[in-house]
Write a protein that binds this ligand. Structure first.
Ligand SMILES: NC(=O)c1ccc[n+]([C@@H]2O[C@H](COP(=O)([O-])OP(=O)(O)OC[C@H]3O[C@@H](n4cnc5c(N)ncnc54)[C@H](O)[C@@H]3O)[C@@H](O)[C@H]2O)c1
Ligand SMILES: O=P(O)(O)OC[C@H](O)CO
Length: 336
């Protein structure tokens, strides 16, 4: 498979799509970086830099071609989709009508679940592109570090390991170490649910609750993530790996996290609307909290931390009140 790769398309030219195009451009092939926004495509093509990434980020390599012409994606053998979860269905629809190559390999790098339907991103893509192999890239990866060429590890998952092996080789570089997996359900739930706890971590930081509180949030959050993930069909081990606890750690502790920023600003007393209006990038944890809360109720899974973040975001509960309720629950064994 490897020797027939001529063109890769990256759909979505935000921070993550741009950073991934830089990773992929280390291969000897053309990388089309598509955005629906003409001004964004022009700006990237002219400056060779993304305005949402650091000024010290490496410039875009010459084989990266920013465009708003979706027609350029038609003949790509690998299509990497990096749009916010709210945009996945419309993008999948547009890829079907293009159409893309019937055997093009598709990778979702989006960390979210569709609101209302609770569908995973691979399920949405599968609806519109049933003949294409569809997989997931997920792990502890902030675009800000990757575009500086700092070392990172990630996980590529396909139900059929043949495709995971192929895509693993394409993404792997001296600075981007990629492992492979087959549990695409667990990977997508880990990548979605950690966003909820990252908002919680931002709340802890903004309220100066200390390091012990952060460690408790992360550990008990992992237990909630694993409970929902396993009840949804994911493998327990997946949540102990890069796309589970690994991503939870980086998102809860990194100063780059958009979701953590949301939590921190909420703790400072800003309104959710004001925060989202000024963030300039997607914070998946906000819609994810609603979806994950609903999934947990449907599955009858106990999720006190997720419920607390939900009550702060969607019921305007003061964070200190949510904390007091968490701390005064009946005592329980750790493992049940
Ligand atoms: N930023 C990161 O470090 C990072 C890392 C791993 C995963 N992710 C995930 O990747 C996804 C994208 O995140 P991001 O940070 O790049 O977001 P972003 O807000 O920086 O950019 C999103 C891009 O998607 C495209 N887009 C937006 N709305 C669209 C629409 N309606 N139709 C088609 N395209 C549209 C645009 O090109 C836009 O620039 C999210 O699910 C996020 O959780 C982000
Ligand atoms: O910046 P965040 O909070 O959207 O997180 C980005 C990535 O998912 C971290 O792996």
């Amino acid at each position: 498979m490897m020797n027939r790769l001529h063109k890769i398309a990256v759909i979505g030219a935000g921070s993550w799509g741009t950073a991934l195009s830089m990773v992929l451009a280390t291969r000897e092939c053309e990388v089309v970086l598509w955005t629906p926004e003409e001004a964004q495509a022009r700006q990237l093509a002219e400056t060779r830099r993304s305005p949402v990434l650091s000024k010290t980020a490496l410039p875009l390599a010459p084989n990266i071609h920013p465009t708003c012409d979706l027609g350029q994606v038609k003949d790509a053998e690998l299509i990497v989709v990096v749009v916010p979860s709210v945009a996945m269905r419309s993008v999948a629809q547009r890829l079907r009508s293009l159409p893309v190559q019937p055997d093009a390999v598709i990778v979702s790098c989006t960390k979210g679940i569709e609101q209302g339907t609770h569908k995973r991103m691979t399920e949405i893509l599968q609806e519109y592109l049933p003949s294409n192999p569809i997989g997931v890239l997920s792990g502890p990866n902030h675009a800000e570090d990757i575009c500086l060429g700092l070392p990172s590890a990630s996980l590529i998952g396909f139900e059929d390991p043949k495709y995971a092996d192929w895509v693993q080789q394409i993404f792997a570089s001296k600075t981007f170490r990629v492992y492979s997996a087959t549990d695409i359900i667990g990977m997508q739930l880990g990548g979605t649910i950690k966003n909820v706890f990252a908002i919680g971590a931002g709340l802890c930081e903004g309220l100066n609750l200390g390091d012990n509180a952060q460690a408790a949030l992360l550990t008990r959050g992992l237990a909630e993530m694993t409970r929902i993930g396993v009840a949804s069909g994911g493998r327990r081990e997946t949540f102990m790996g890069l796309s589970g606890v690994g991503d939870l750690i980086v998102t809860c502790y990194s100063r780059h996290s958009r979701n953590q920023t949301v939590g921190r600003r909420l703790a400072e007393g800003k309104s959710l609307q004001e925060i989202l209006d000024t963030l300039g990038m997607v914070a998946e944890g906000v819609p994810n909290t609603l979806s994950v809360y609903e999934i947990a109720r449907k599955l009858e899974v106990r999720t006190p931390l997720i419920d607390a973040v939900y009550s702060v975001l969607y019921e305007s509960k003061p964070p200190m009140e949510a904390l007091a309720e968490l701390m005064t629950r009946d005592p329980r064994p750790e493992l049940d």
